[in-house]
Write a protein of this length. Structure first.
Length: 259
């Protein structure tokens, strides 16, 4: 009878631990919903990446505490088990070093934040370019420019050169314009400079480099480098088109005048 009461007591305690674990995990979801509501209201809250880190660490911590508590309820000595698990973890870590490398790679992404969800990133060496969809502990999911899903191990980001296009401040227009005339060369260059200096979408606070780079009896070449205020690809292409058409009109006007 006494043993039955002890077993009943143990199971009641286990049930209580599981209930507390459920309440804690449920509270995490409620906290997450409140954060989302505050964000929708325009109030200053933690960024999504910090919230995700907090949720994952909180979940792992609660599960670990619940597991250890249940072991103690059944009278198991936790300290030797933890020591053995430490040795086992070392052996397992050595056997699965790639898994560990990817885990810590994910941790470094959360800490250093070289990119976030929805950022457009590129890994030139691997010829990978796309939008980040999800950052996991082991893999990062990227949707490439052909709408294909690419799953990149997190350890790759600590060894490869990474470009984050979403954090650009300007788009650079760099061109070499060849014109088949040598008449009014100096005037053409000055008119192109005026075109760029008067365009509202060209950032006048940045360097505007427009110089004659080649001149012969067959024609000339003009080097152009300037920065637009926009970082959106479609908007940049529209601005570039306007400027190229303006250059064409200047060059065409020159050829008409010489005729």
């Amino acid at each position: 009878m006494k043993n039955n009461l002890l077993e009943l007591r143990e199971w009641i305690l286990v049930g209580g631990i599981l209930c507390l674990m459920w309440v804690a995990l449920r509270s995490k979801k409620i906290f997450h919903k409140r954060i989302l509501v505050r964000r929708m209201q325009g109030k200053q809250v933690l960024d999504p990446l910090s919230i995700e880190i907090f949720e994952k660490i909180f979940t792992v911590g609660i599960l670990f505490i619940a597991f250890v508590s249940i072991l103690q309820v059944f009278g198991l000595d936790v300290i030797p088990l933890l020591a053995f698990s430490g040795i086992g973890a070392a052996v397992l870590g050595f056997a699965s070093k790639d898994v560990v490398a990817n885990f810590f790679g994910g941790l470094m992404i959360y800490i250093n934040r070289p990119f976030g969800v929805l950022d457009l990133i590129e890994i030139p060496e691997k010829k990978i370019k796309g939008y980040v969809e999800e950052i996991g502990w082991y893999l990062t999911s990227i949707r490439d420019m052909h709408k294909r899903s690419i799953y990149v191990p997190n350890s790759l980001f600590s060894t490869e050169f990474l470009l984050n296009h979403s954090r650009m401040t300007h788009e650079c227009m760099e061109e070499k314009i060849r014109i088949r005339t040598t008449d009014r060369a100096e005037s053409i260059v000055e008119e192109i400079r005026t075109l760029f200096k008067n365009h509202p979408e060209v950032d006048q606070g940045e360097s505007i480099e427009i110089f004659l780079t080649f001149l012969s009896s067959y024609g000339m070449e003009i080097g152009i480098k300037a920065y637009t205020r926009t970082t959106k690809k479609e908007e940049f292409m529209r601005i570039k088109e306007e400027l190229l058409l303006g250059i064409y009109k200047i060059a065409f006007k020159s050829s008409v005048q010489t005729e």
